[in-house]
Ligand binder design. Structure first.
Ligand code: GLA
Length: 378
């Protein structure tokens, strides 16, 4: 990918540039807990967005996306926001740096990636983190700390892309470390690296390649439900909520909001249980928690879909240790923890059955837990 974007950059802009990359992510457990002040357990993966960048001495950004074969040019003032959604991710990062008192001047860039789009692997966070990291290096002497870089990506989603996401994806993309998952407390931002070598198991993603286009921003609606319940409980977030507290306000909240909060309360605890289980090498408990998360995301949080529920059923039938929908939901991947001796049968069965029912095979994505945002040096 590096040679490809460098060659394209030279052709378009006639110079060389510096190469940066940032990663997509998986999340072993802890879904929809980040914006509730809870815990998440992600890791960066060996799928990247990579960009060549060169300062151009003007007040314009000129950007070419190789994957989309699309070009865009924009200025750096708020009123210069481009129409193209893909370019708004980069514009947003520039603006968020400037708003925080940082510097961004004109630059040329070509970027490409191999993070599958719409699969729940956070290609947009990888894009934001790549540019946040790069612009910090090129214009700000790396004075912006890594948490602020993650927050710059998150604010880009909020202010320029209409998604009120939590901090997990950008955190994972910036802080990722090879072979390690990270437990992040999304309230205090305290985090710990957990070496992840599940002896005798494989971690594999099955991409349904389904992305349900939902018109009414259901992600933001989930967040609003949680905030309503927290407010009813007199709390800032659901972080400190318990099942007992929720039961006490049962008739003050809608049934839907009640179920959303019930999921979040269970999920917060599951992250901690999974971390403990991993320290004991107890993968059966890890797997059981993953199935519980899937059930909760499907029934209470209602962010799964028929195709992902089907992949989850097939995993159960094949004796897969743990399986669940991963990411924001409404399509994308399942993440599966499977014993090595069951792997081949699981993959073959899932492909065959899914194809028979939905007319295409799920894509098998093997991931390696990798480093997050970095400068790519030869
Ligand atoms: C998306 C968001 C994250 C997080 C997950 C669900 O990926 O960007 O902040 O809320 O959904 O866990």
């Amino acid at each position: 990918m590096k040679e490809k974007i460098q060659e394209q950059f030279k052709q378009r802009f006639g110079t060389d540039g510096v190469v940066y990359a940032s990663a997509g992510r998986i999340n072993l457990i802890g879904e929809h807990t980040d914006y509730n002040g809870g815990f998440v357990f992600p890791g960066a993966i060996d799928k990247y967005i990579m960009a060549v960048i060169n300062i151009n001495g003007t007040d314009k950004v000129r950007v070419y996306s190789m994957d989309m074969d699309a070009y865009c040019e924009f200025g750096l003032k708020e009123e210069d926001a481009p129409q193209e959604q893909w370019a708004r991710y980069i514009f947003g990062v520039c603006r968020e740096i400037i708003k925080r008192g940082g510097t961004v001047n004109g630059f040329d860039t070509v970027f490409a990636g191999n993070v599958p789009l719409g699969a729940g692997l956070s290609s947009s966070a990888a894009l934001e983190s790549c540019f946040a990291f790069a612009l910090n290096d090129l214009f700000n002497e790396n004075k912006i700390d890594k948490f602020e870089l993650a927050k710059i990506g998150q604010s880009t989603e909020h202010n320029y892309c209409g998604v009120n996401c939590g901090i997990m994806d950008q955190f994972a993309s910036v802080f990722g470390k090879k072979d390690c998952l990270m437990r992040l407390d999304c309230r205090s931002l305290e985090h710990a690296y957990f070496p992840f070598h599940p002896e005798g198991y494989k971690l594999v993603l099955l991409n349904s390649k389904i992305k349900h286009e939902l018109v009414d921003s259901p992600y933001n609606k989930r967040r609003e439900s949680c905030e309503r319940v927290a407010a009813t409980l007199g709390l800032d977030t659901l972080r400190d909520a318990s099942y007992t507290m929720l039961a006490d306000v049962r008739d003050k909240v809608s049934d839907e909001d009640y179920r959303r909060a019930r999921f979040v309360i269970g999920e917060k605890q599951r992250v901690l249980d999974v971390c403990d289980a991993l320290e004991r090498g107890d993968y059966e408990t890890v797997g059981r928690c993953m199935y519980e998360t899937h059930d909760g995301l499907s029934r209470d949080y209602e962010v799964s879909c028929e195709e992902l529920d089907y992949l989850n059923d097939v995993a159960r039938e094949c004796g897969v240790t743990g399986s669940r929908i991963m990411g924001g939901g409404f399509g994308g991947c399942t993440i599966n923890l499977v014993k090595e001796d069951r792997y081949d049968n699981f993959i073959a069965t899932a492909k065959e059955k899914f194809n028979a029912k939905y007319g295409h095979e799920p894509e098998v994505i093997n991931v390696i837990i990798s480093d997050g945002a970095h400068k790519v040096i030869d």
